[in-house]
Design a protein around this ligand. Structure first.
Ligand SMILES: Cc1ncc(COP(=O)(O)O)c(C=O)c1O
Length: 387
């Protein structure tokens, strides 16, 4: 039996290769420090687990959820956006509950584009954006994210043809993989660009909670008119260490939300109600656990920066997310450098070219091990005498 053309055009899962390489090294008994992936290392806070435990013994949660999710969860999402960002959300018409945001980035092209239509993606960017492109059988152009522009797109460089054919654009700040953040004036500019060229916007706010140096990341929906053009995707995976629970949501433009919900009406019967109850607890309880988590990532970021400085590796400290985007030394490609680190230092990092053409020249390091292990990783790298 042949797979469909859609499946055949799916991009190769970049992380699968990395997992395999690391798995082989670990199976050989090597003590690999894995900085390659993006899986939060801390547990879900206890009050959220408790809410889940209480919900799971209530037989009401054993039934089908309402198709588009529990109204109370949507209310909690609206309350969260009002409290955290001062953004008004209509819980009925401006929220779509998602099985994690990965599903949302794949559903959106299916929901609003036709085969052959074109979208705009950031380069480097989160590789799952390409999965949505392939499954919806659409095309894409890229906007480079360059260090000299603080890894923000420069809309003045987008050609007329690209602007004319783009129907949808993806952005993501705090950014995976670069650790860059956006400010409100950039989002204002984005709204104008989207209006001028009739492009729908999806802002992926997966790392929305994780900003450093006292700077809270801004929501795209804080920009005036943002709801006219786009939606924002938010996940509980990173903010509350709930990656395995599969819970996130989209908020914003009612038409785009309706389109997402319509796709989902035909694929799911929303999330397990007990998970939605836990989501309510996460969003509406004290956010002290988030403050502590961000402080921990910031401390790890600082430890990494100090260690890199110590060995003469000139790196820029990320302003948000839990990733650092480190330049590779001269004479190496991203992949050759990542392979060298794994083979000779037992340190796994993600090669930048896996995130797009403009990721070449960098590797991505996750701040997802404790400070001691981060130090140890850089000490091992220093022994290769590359800097
Ligand atoms: C930029 C970005 N967007 C979306 C996601 C998906 O997160 P989830 O499906 O857990 O909500 C991730 C996960 O790593 C990510 O890095």
């Amino acid at each position: 039996m042949e797979f469909s053309t859609r499946l055949q055009q799916l991009p190769k899962q970049f992380f699968a290769t990395l997992v395999q390489k690391v798995g082989t090294a670990v199976a050989e008994g090597r003590d690999v420090i894995n900085l390659g992936q993006g899986n939060p290392d801390q547990p879900t806070p206890p009050h959220i687990i408790k809410a889940m435990q209480e919900a799971v013994i209530n037989p009401q949660t054993h039934k089908y959820s309402p198709f588009r999710g529990l109204p109370e969860f949507k209310e909690a999402i609206a309350e969260f956006y009002a409290r955290e960002y001062g953004v008004e959300i209509d819980a009925n018409t401006e929220v779509a509950i998602l099985f994690g945001t990965k599903i949302g980035v794949v559903e959106l092209p299916l929901a609003i584009m036709n085969p052959g239509d074109s979208m705009l993606l950031p380069d480097p960017g989160y590789p799952d954006y390409w999965s949505g492109v392939a499954l919806a059988d659409v095309k894409f152009d890229t906007i480079p994210l360059l260090a000299e522009n603080d890894f923000l797109p420069d809309y003045t460089t987008v050609s007329d043809e690209v602007k004319a054919r783009a129907k949808l654009m993806y952005l993501n700040y705090p950014n995976n993989p670069t650790g860059a953040v956006a400010n409100l004036s950039f989002f204002d500019e984005t709204v104008q660009f989207a209006k001028d060229h009739d492009i729908a916007v999806m802002h992926d706010f997966a790392y929305g909670a994780i900003g450093f140096d006292g700077e809270k990341p801004v929501s795209f929906l804080q920009a005036a008119g943002a709801k006219d053009v786009g939606v924002e995707l938010y996940t509980l995976s990173k903010t509350y260490n709930m990656a395995g629970w599969r819970v996130g949501f989209a908020v914003g433009n009612a038409k785009l939300i309706e389109a997402l919900n319509l796709v989902q009406d035909h694929l799911f019967v929303s999330l397990f109600p007990a998970v939605q109850e836990a989501g309510i607890a996460a969003l509406t309880s004290s956010q002290e656990c988030v403050t502590e988590l961000v402080a921990m990532y910031e401390s790890r970021r600082n430890a990494l920066k100090v260690a890199c400085d110590r060995i003469g590796w000139a790196v820029t400290a990320p302003k948000g997310s839990f990733f650092a985007w480190l330049p590779v030394p001269e004479g190496y490609t991203s992949e050759a450098f990542a392979d060298l680190l794994l083979e000779q230092a037992d340190v796994a990092v993600a090669a930048g070219n896996g995130f797009g053409e403009y990721g070449e020249g960098y590797v991505r390091v996750g701040l997802l091990v404790d400070e001691e292990r981060l130090h140890e990783a850089i000490t091992r790298i220093s022994k290769l005498n590359l800097f």
